[in-house]
Design a binder for this molecule. Structure first.
Ligand SMILES: [Zn+2]
Length: 242
């Protein structure tokens, strides 16, 4: 990783940066620039290759207050812990943790609007994360297959990811991939992202015909697309207890 921050004999990893500021050493960049990335809750510091260390340091020092203000303005995390309510597939659900000392394996069940976690220990974050990913995958798999069937296509598999750069993708072989964080989005938004990727099975571009198909495959693609554009970064707020 460190070698990526070196150019000739300039080692940019020696720069004094505030926390959550990451250097992006770029040979095509013309000038120094700072950009807030809502999704990763960090700031990307673009440094053209060959910039002197003193110049790179003084730029960050000059903008120090802006950086801090920007990071502080980010919405706070929502920790998925006991009694926390959060949107899940378009429904507000509440976490209920029940301690049972004798329990060997943690049990998670979703009943109506209660997500009950039966556990012997207070450490259930990872287990909850796995449950959400699996449940999301199962639901989105069904949605994808149903939509694909309407255009005579077959899905070759659905994968999940936690990528900060895209909510979904579709490969040439017909494999779809979705960010499991979509589980926290309203239904029309999930529906739109699924329709979008399924439409790519027919059109590997964003042409007019692609958007026409995307519209046919979704309930309200305009509303879903708008929600994702305006609120997508909100999905990154959900974190699991340690
Ligand atoms: Zn696309």
């Amino acid at each position: 990783m460190l070698s990526l921050l070196k150019y000739k004999n300039i080692n940019y990893s020696t720069l004094q940066l505030p926390e959550r500021v990451h250097i992006n050493l770029n040979k095509n960049a013309k000038r120094l620039a700072l950009r807030l990335d809502n999704k990763s809750k960090s700031i990307r510091y673009t440094v053209p290759k060959g910039t002197s260390l003193s110049k790179a340091q003084s730029f960050i020092d000059k903008n120090y207050e802006w950086v801090i203000r920007c990071l502080e303005s980010l919405p706070s995390d929502i920790i998925l812990t006991d009694n926390c309510s959060f949107p899940y597939f378009g429904q507000e659900i509440t976490i209920k943790v029940k301690y049972e000392e004798s329990l060997k394996v943690k049990e998670i069940t979703l009943n109506d609007t209660n997500l009950t976690i039966k556990t012997a220990s207070e450490i259930y974050g990872n287990r909850l994360r796995r449950w959400i990913i699996n449940d999301f995958k199962r639901k989105v798999n069904i949605m994808s297959k149903e939509k694909a069937a309407t255009i005579g296509k077959e899905i070759k598999g659905v994968k999940t990811s936690d990528t900060k750069t895209r909510w979904g993708s579709c490969s040439h072989e017909g494999k779809l991939c979705f960010s499991w964080r979509l589980a926290f989005a309203p239904l029309e938004a999930i529906d739109y992202v699924v329709a979008h990727e399924v439409a790519h099975l027919n059109h590997m571009d964003h042409s007019k015909s692609f958007w026409a198909l995307c519209q046919d495959l979704s309930h309200d693609y305009k509303a879903g697309k708008k929600w994702m554009k305006e609120n997508g970064s909100e999905l990154m707020r959900y974190v699991f207890p340690e």
